[in-house]
Design a protein around this ligand. Structure first.
Ligand code: PLP
Length: 488
């Protein structure tokens, strides 16, 4: 059995290495019909086990032709979903031990928290050895982190009502009046979390900078309180999905502290940039939040699923989640490195995800991680400057991280079509569509306050200046095609 594993394991490693060596030449986006795979693969469990060779053949011939290759250096859609050889090696050890992790989380999460400049209150073990109430946990994704934070917030609000002398029956009724806050640029996961836990959410309309500000939040809260609602949670974002806007974190902290709201910050994508000291001032205000998450599985070279989440004080989280049964040994204290992580998340058991993260942190080191982030930011900035100097494009927002959001300048349209928002939108959508139909690169169009724009997320681990330069050429050529079609 183990001798067979040795042979097959090496074969799989070779397949992986071959895939990465050839990835740049594979089209990032497949053109298959939904359900194509259902027609190609058997829907029955084989009665007897099949050989690895037969499975590998199916992967190569049937599965890969229909895949979207997120690791391709020519993939620029959504946000990156990085993996790396260290993460894959770490994942093999996760599979090898297949345990529920306990002691590992404080080690890895404190190290990661320090790397991104989180203050002491988020560490399980603080500098002087003090075992804090805070710490980090790995959730499956940012959506889970945002929901878990909302659950802790609801618990905090409930405890506050109890402290005010409100009786249990009334608390149940008052829970229907709880209202959370986010912006129209916050990831849909915030609204989903509110739907799932059954509370209201006020999705605040942002201005032209796409940011949730102190004034917008304070105004929304004042109006909701007049309606008898009870504000309890705000989700701010460090790097929104559409434009990587950074909400007014200090202003939001002011309001959250004044109103007694749980202040969660979602940095799913941009949080990785905090590994570089030059980005840390952009997150000013983070030190005052109650919880924060970012996804190493987006831009920090660690494969899915790996969302790092920290809370400054786990009391409300644990109070909301802790349920005792005879088959669940009770951890005596919930501080420092002794924590019952089942009370920090939805699932009881959890995969040994800290192991792969540990591999990434150790094998790349801070220097390697920073190099990866800075490479992407440099390439994104270079692309944005080239687009602007072309003369036909304008940036929708300045480039801060690895995302370039641009659109055709209205003046670049044929004179007789200028002034029509409909034509402007259609032209931008057509450029994105032409690029994706060509197939050498894959990116996304988006709509920002009703106006179409094109989004390029530079962030594949393998992406180089050469790749981005090739993309620039494609964008220019396809724009010429769209403009010529409009002219004729
Ligand atoms: N927050 C932001 C800013 C995101 O961009 C995303 C996904 O792209 C999410 C949250 C949701 O992340 P997850 O897929 O880990 O739930």
């Amino acid at each position: 059995m183990s001798s067979e594993f040795r042979i097959r394991g090496k074969q799989v490693i070779d397949e992986i290495a071959d895939y990465y060596e050839n990835l740049a030449s594979i089209k990032p986006m497949a053109t298959v019909e939904p359900g194509y795979l259902y027609k190609l693969l058997s829907h029955e469990v084989p009665e007897t086990g099949e050989s690895l060779n037969a499975i590998q053949k199916d992967i190569k011939e049937k599965i890969m032709p229909g895949m979207t290759h997120w690791q391709s250096p020519n993939f620029y859609a959504w946000f990156p979903s990085n993996t790396s050889f260290p993460a894959m090696l770490g994942d093999m050890y996760c599979g090898m031990f297949s345990i529920v992790e306990f002691n590992w989380l404080p080690v890895v999460m404190d190290a990661l928290g320090k790397l991104i400049g989180l203050p002491e209150r988020f560490m399980a073990i603080q500098e002087d050895g003090f075992e804090g109430d805070g710490g980090g946990v790995i959730q499956g994704g940012a959506s889970e982190a945002m929901m878990v934070a909302m659950i802790a917030a609801r618990e905090m609000a409930t405890e506050k009502l109890k402290a005010q002398g409100v009786v249990e029956d009334e608390i149940v009724a008052l829970r229907n009046s709880l209202i959370a806050y986010c912006s129209d640029q916050t990831h849909s996961a915030a609204q989903k979390a509110a739907n799932l836990i059954g509370c209201q959410i006020n999705v605040i309309q942002t201005a032209s900078d796409f940011r949730l500000t102190k004034e917008l939040l304070a105004d929304a809260i004042a109006k909701d309180k007049q309606k008898g609602l009870i504000p309890f949670y705000v989700c701010a974002t460090f790097g929104t999905t559409n434009t990587t806007a950074i909400d007014d974190l200090p202003g939001i902290a002011d309001v959250a502290e004044a109103e007694g709201l749980w202040n969660h910050i979602d940095g799913a994508y941009a949080g990785a940039a905090l590994a570089c000291p030059e980005f840390q001032p952009l997150a000013k205000g983070i030190e005052r939040c109650d919880s924060f998450n970012f996804n190493p599985h987006k831009w920090m070279l660690c494969n899915h699923s790996c969302c790092a989440m920290w809370v400054a004080d786990s009391t409300h989280l644990v109070n909301a989640m802790a349920i005792q049964r005879e088959y669940l040994p009770k951890v005596k204290k919930d501080k420092g490195f002794v924590k019952d992580y089942r009370d920090w998340q939805l699932p009881l058991g959890r995969p040994f995800r800290a192991m792969k993260l540990w591999f990434v942190l150790r094998m790349f080191g801070a220097e390697g991680i920073r190099k990866h982030i800075r490479k992407d930011v440099d390439n994104a900035k270079w692309l944005s400057e080239e687009l602007v100097s072309d003369g036909r494009f304008e940036l929708v927002v300045p480039v801060v991280f690895g995302l370039v959001v641009f659109r055709l300048k209205p003046s670049a349209l044929p004179t007789h079509l200028q002034g029509s928002a409909e034509v402007e939108n259609a032209a931008n959508a057509a450029i994105a569509n032409e690029i994706n139909t060509d197939g050498r690169a894959f990116l996304l169009g988006t709509k920002l306050h009703g106006r179409d724009a094109i989004r390029v997320a530079v962030g594949s681990a393998a992406s180089t200046r050469e790749n981005v330069s090739e993309l620039l050429g494609i964008i220019k050529d396809k724009t010429s095609v769209v403009l010529a079609n409009l002219e004729s």
